[in-house]
Design a binder for this molecule. Structure first.
Ligand code: KG4
Ligand code: ZN
Length: 347
């Protein structure tokens, strides 16, 4: 990024971002140097806590964030070998997400910014997911097409420049991750569904059950997963009514293949139509092993370079917020102490 490179030349100093992420059920903090190098990446995951309820309970998530946030930030600074005096700016996720969960991170970031006199930069959670690719691939520069598939979003995005996004496709109903979680619950796998379906699918036949691949008439890049979810539920009900056993692994593998087919087809159609030779994936669903394999194979056939962050950078973390925050900071973005959590923040 030109602005930051210039700033560095003049001052000879690295830009260190302290990043905070609390939008859902991970309490996370990280120190990132010059947008690409992760000095620390601390995550306290609340998954075990929410598993007993079959999904994230917002009140419990907020309370746990409050309990853990200071420890997580202290650990991130300690592991990076820095103190607040070394930090150039604080980046914090301020949306989208659960309002009570977001508020914990935002309030904490504002308090540190005020007390230590460090500039504050609010970051969009999805911009963070996309920016995880910058950490993993030093050579990656916009423009490129990115598929963001998480628990709350399924967006097909043209990344025009750092922090400059154009959403060309989105889900009309359920997000891809949400479909994974709901189907997992229906076949008795529990929460969180994505990783469990991923694992079980390896033992199943992806062509066993012909689940539908939805097309959205008005926009070729949009997604719809609720019909697929209903088809799985109908299949399970049909089996129960007939007193027939069903194979959990076959249902999981067939469902997963139906999701992946649609994601791959729409994404690579966009890459071709927009004429880019770079494609990236991001978000929790990007951790799916069959999805990574399918995109790797299909991009290879088309001479498109495929970027996919390591599994730990796909699911929620603060390092990705540090990377996105760096580019926002370089563009001159500064948030005031009136920064608020915005649960439905637009990209
Ligand atoms: O990005 P993320 O950690 O949080 C949100 O911003 O939503 O995504 C969480 C979602 C969950 O729905 C989870 O089931 C899904 O990502 N997920 C996966 C896998 N790992 C996480 N879905 C499919 N396969 C996986 N291996
Ligand atoms: Zn996320």
């Amino acid at each position: 990024m030109k602005v930051c490179e210039k700033a560095k030349q003049y001052s000879g100093k690295d830009v260190l971002i302290l990043a905070i992420e609390t939008s859902c059920d991970e309490t996370a903090a990280s120190v990132v140097k010059n947008g690409r190098k992760v000095l620390s990446n601390v995550i306290f995951t609340q998954i075990a806590l929410h598993t007993q309820y079959g999904g994230v309970v917002p009140e419990i998530a907020s309370r746990k964030h409050i309990e853990k946030i200071n420890q997580v930030i202290e650990a991130a600074l300690r592991e990076a070998g820095v103190t607040l005096a070394d930090i150039t700016a604080i980046a914090v996720t301020y949306g989208p997400g659960l309002v009570g969960a977001l508020l914990v991170g935002v309030a904490e970031a504002k308090a540190i910014s005020f007390a230590a006199g460090i500039p504050l930069v609010g970051v969009h959670h999805i911009s963070g997911h996309i920016s995880a690719n910058y950490i993993e691939f030093e050579e990656l520069k916009p423009p490129f097409v990115c598929l963001v598939a998480s628990g709350g979003h399924s967006h097909l995005v043209v990344v025009r420049d750092y922090g400059k996004y154009e959403i060309i496709g989105r889900t009309r109903d359920d997000a891809a991750g949400e479909a994974f979680d709901k189907v997992a619950r229906a076949i008795g796998l529990g929460y969180p569904g994505g990783p469990k379906i991923d694992k079980l699918s390896r033992e199943g036949n992806p062509d066993a059950i012909p689940f539908p691949r939805a097309k959205v008439a008005q926009n070729e890049y949009d997604f719809s997963f609720s019909g697929l979810k209903s088809a799985v539920l109908n299949y399970l009900n049909g089996c129960r009514m007939k007193g027939e056993a069903f194979s959990q692994a076959d249902v999981a593998a067939s469902f997963q293949k139906a999701v992946i087919d649609v994601l791959v087809e729409h994404s690579l159609h966009a890459v071709a139509e927009f004429g880019y030779d770079k494609f990236a994936i991001a978000g929790g669903v990007a951790a799916n092993s069959a999805l990574r394999e399918a995109f790797g194979r299909e991009c290879g056939k088309r001479n498109v370079t495929f970027y996919c962050p390591s599994m730990g950078l796909c699911t929620d973390n603060a390092a990705m917020i540090g990377a996105a925050g760096y580019y926002e900071y370089c563009r001159g973005v500064r948030s005031g102490l009136d920064l608020n959590a915005v649960p439905n923040l637009k990209l």
